[in-house]
Ligand binder design. Structure first.
Ligand code: SF4
Ligand code: SF4
Length: 134
């Protein structure tokens, strides 16, 4: 794990335990211990008054995007079909796709996705991908 407690610094104040939304910190022999339940959200780091929580954020590797193409919008599916924000994103996605001279695609996942995808196909995206599953 990329996070640990520096035993030399930890005073056992337990502030980090209260701050962790995942219940991932336990006390052991007066020291905070981060367990496997940690999601690496980083929420506890700034709470520690003595800087005892060491969180090593992995370096982000530079990604070569030269082979990537297309703009995808992931549709938000609500009880009444595609949520309004999806249409807004399709509008912005269209602008972006035109600027990049590429295709705009919509992805629809969930119950009745096929039906929703068919309707959405008439409203702007060049392609619609869907997977139907409640
Ligand atoms: S990084 Fe997040 S999940 Fe992990 S111990 Fe800290 S607050 Fe809890
Ligand atoms: S907040 Fe810092 S000093 Fe307090 S128990 Fe957690 S790690 Fe130790």
């Amino acid at each position: 794990m990329n996070i640990h407690v520096d035993a030399e610094k930890c005073t056992g104040c337990q502030l980090c335990i209260k701050a962790c939304p995942y219940g991932a910190i336990e006390m052991a022999e007066g020291l905070a211990t981060i367990t496997e339940a940690c999601t690496l959200c980083g929420g506890c780091v700034s709470v520690c008054p003595v800087g005892a929580i060491i969180w090593e954020v992995p370096a982000i590797e530079e990604v070569d995007t030269s082979d990537y193409q297309g703009v995808w919008v992931i549709g938000e599916v609500g009880e009444d079909g595609l949520a309004g924000v999806t249409w807004e994103l399709l509008g912005k996605g269209r602008e972006l796709a035109e600027n990049l001279d590429t295709e705009l695609s919509l992805v629809v996942l969930g119950d009745k996705a096929g039906e929703l995808a068919q309707k959405a196909a008439q409203s702007g995206p060049d392609r619609v991908f869907y997977a139907e599953e409640p």
